[in-house]
Design a protein around this ligand. Structure first.
Ligand SMILES: Cc1cc2nc3c(=O)[nH]c(=O)nc-3n(C[C@H](O)[C@H](O)[C@H](O)COP(=O)(O)O)c2cc1C
Length: 196
């Protein structure tokens, strides 16, 4: 068995839906368990992480997939606080050689989502993790309309929904959901090869 944990922050719910899709994709790979860990922003006090069981779940994972909405061209403050609060793990190299991946969601077509993915990959490199990119070509190149990798992102997965101030529940584009699922599968397969 190998385990994939998706750790993410989501304010309005879009990144949460992306996280669910990554976990669903990972679960489709037999011999994989997938778990979601949602950062709520109140788990940090004085720069220290208050929930040891949260970090314990991550320490037992074979693969960790990091997710954050893009806020001001980078990760959300709540997500960054989690990463900074987990820096003791960096000292102990506790995530070294785990498989890593990342995804983001934002309101604009570009919205500078690349900045978020670059940060997620940099953080994974600092931890000595093994970063997995997204390997599906945009299916539109082949005349398909399923939206797979419609945003043409390869460092990790991007999702995008136009800003909706009406207060309706969050929804994500079906193509972005499919991309997140496919990425979850790829992460789970990589984790199995890496741990074999
Ligand atoms: C503080 C803040 C900053 C944002 N900055 C960006 C941005 O730089 N680029 C962008 O495209 N969207 C930006 N947005 C829009 C969010 O990325 C978008 O609403 C996203 O879907 C939120 O994800 P969530 O539903 O998981 O919270 C910002 C939203 C907030 C609240």
């Amino acid at each position: 068995m190998s385990s994939v944990v998706v750790v993410y922050f989501s304010g309005a719910g879009h990144t949460h839906l992306m996280a669910e899709a990554v976990a669903a994709g990972a679960s489709q790979v037999s011999g994989t368990t997938a778990k979601l860990l949602r950062i709520t922003g109140d788990q940090i006090k004085d720069g220290r992480w208050k929930q040891p069981e949260f970090l314990e779940t991550l320490s037992q994972a074979d693969a960790i997939v990091f997710g954050s909405p893009t806020y001001m061209g980078g990760v959300a403050a709540q997500f960054k606080a989690f990463i900074d609060g987990a820096s003791e793990i960096w000292f102990a190299q506790g995530w070294k050689n785990k498989i890593a991946g990342g995804f983001t969601h934002s309101g604009s077509l570009s919205g500078d989502k690349q900045g978020t993915l670059l940060y997620l990959a940099t953080n994974a490199a600092q931890h000595g993790m093994v970063w997995i990119g997204f390997a599906d070509l945009p299916s539109s190149y082949f005349g398909k309309t399923d939206g797979l990798n419609r945003l043409g992102s390869f460092l990790g997965v991007m999702g995008q929904s136009n800003l909706d101030m009406s207060g309706n529940p969050a929804e994500i584009d079906p193509g972005d959901r499919l991309s997140a699922e496919r990425y979850g599968q790829r992460i789970a397969e990589a984790a199995q090869r890496w741990t074999a």
